[in-house]
Design a protein around this ligand. Structure first.
Ligand SMILES: *Cc1c(COP(=O)(O)O)cnc(C)c1O
Length: 365
């Protein structure tokens, strides 16, 4: 067998042997009771991953990438009357505003530069000006830069003013702290193939149970209607549409590994240790970070390309050694590269990565 590839992009991730072998567990029909039982199991495991969600939130599993979960959350819970304030500082926040525009849902956006924190002062001002706004939509870990957004500050505003938070937690769910009450969290969207270490194909929304008992007159999508999924999955366990059966096998094992390893806080520590090691290696080769050290999530960091070294050269040299990194997006495409540290990465992989980084960057510094 050829050498493993270590994925340092923000999902999908390098699979553990246990998760990979679950993919061949069998040919199941998604409309048989064994799959209904598996769906119920996965939803229960996802909801109990955070202590604050276990009793008051329900998870709903769907087939689609993380974007589909975010879009389902907005299509189902962003109000058609009133409005949603999107607080954005990167690609994924801005994408939420685009979704609301496509869905014809009233919204406004408070937009910061991609390298800046969420603009809390402008958010408070917008809320003062627009008492009709009832929801705030934002991104927890903005993967554009690696910034872990300050949701304690934004959440306090939501709580004080009684606004519901709709959160894109796609690149944080399972590895960063998520507060339900302090942030007035209504729903969070996540995916199988980032911090949970499953395969791409399944995503989910975890939302307050009470939300599901008040379906709106019209949901902004047929496929992405979370009320339909919830009624089915939390009724007899079936789903309205074909589910990614093999991805569900993989997610079952990934969630078991996550729990056995100590849950989200243990995963955060694992990522922090990996990120620190990579950071130290790059810093000693004079590679600087885009953001300040203390602004990053545990999951991903963005680094500035040194003068005279293109992204393609760095990417190709690392890929030749078995490591896949990620480019910057938009205006950052020419100046930044990103390294995530999710997935089944062993210490020997990190050793090899550090050697590869040294030869790419030391050669030019
Ligand atoms: C990865 C990611 C998504 C979803 O991307 P997909 O390509 O649909 O998996 C959404 N939001 C954030 C913050 C992400 O990192």
């Amino acid at each position: 067998m050829s050498r493993r590839t270590i994925l340092l992009n923000p999902g999908p991730v390098t699979l553990s042997a246990r998760v990979r072998s679950a993919l061949t567990d069998g040919d199941w029909c998604h409309r048989e009771p064994e799959f209904a039982a598996l769906t119920r199991h996965l939803n229960a495991e996802i909801a109990r991953l955070y202590a604050g969600m276990e009793d008051t939130f329900d998870a709903v599993l769907m087939t689609g990438s993380g974007t589909s979960a975010v879009e389902a959350m907005l299509a189902s819970f962003a109000p058609a009357d009133g409005g949603t304030l999107v607080v954005a500082n990167g690609v994924y926040g801005e994408r939420m505003a685009r979704m609301l525009a496509v869905q014809g849902r009233p919204h406004e956006m408070v937009q910061s530069a991609w390298t800046a924190p969420l603009d809390i002062a402008a958010t408070a001002a917008a809320l003062d000006r627009r008492p009709d706004l009832t929801h705030v939509a934002t991104v927890h870990h903005e993967t554009t830069t690696g910034r872990l957004n300050d949701l304690d500050a934004l959440g306090a505003l939501c709580r004080e003013r009684g606004l519901s938070m709709l959160l894109d937690g796609v690149s944080s769910f399972g590895a960063e702290s998520i507060e339900t009450e302090a942030w007035n969290l209504a729903a969070v969207a996540g995916t199988a193939n980032k911090c949970l270490h499953g395969v791409p194909g399944l995503s989910f929304v975890v939302a307050r149970k009470s939300l599901f008992s008040h379906p709106p007159k019209q949901v902004g999508s047929v496929y992405l209607d979370l009320f339909g999924y919830h009624a089915a999955q939390h009724g007899d366990g079936y789903s309205p549409f074909t589910q990614a059966v093999q991805a569900a096998f993989a997610l079952r094992e990934a969630l078991a590994e996550h729990r056995e390893a100590g849950g989200w806080s243990a995963r955060r520590e694992t990522y922090r240790a990996r990120a620190r090691r990579i950071h130290d290696e790059l810093t000693s080769a004079s590679v600087a970070t885009l953001l300040n050290d203390n602004e990053y999530s545990s999951v991903l960091r963005s680094y500035l390309l040194p003068d005279g070294l293109s992204y393609a050269r760095v990417h190709d040299a690392l890929k030749a050694e078995g490591f896949v990194i990620y480019a910057g997006q938009g205006d950052l495409a020419q100046t930044v590269f990103r390294i995530a540290c999710m997935g089944d990465i062993q210490v020997t992989d990190l050793d090899a990565l550090c050697r590869a980084l040294r030869s790419v960057f030391r050669a030019t510094s």
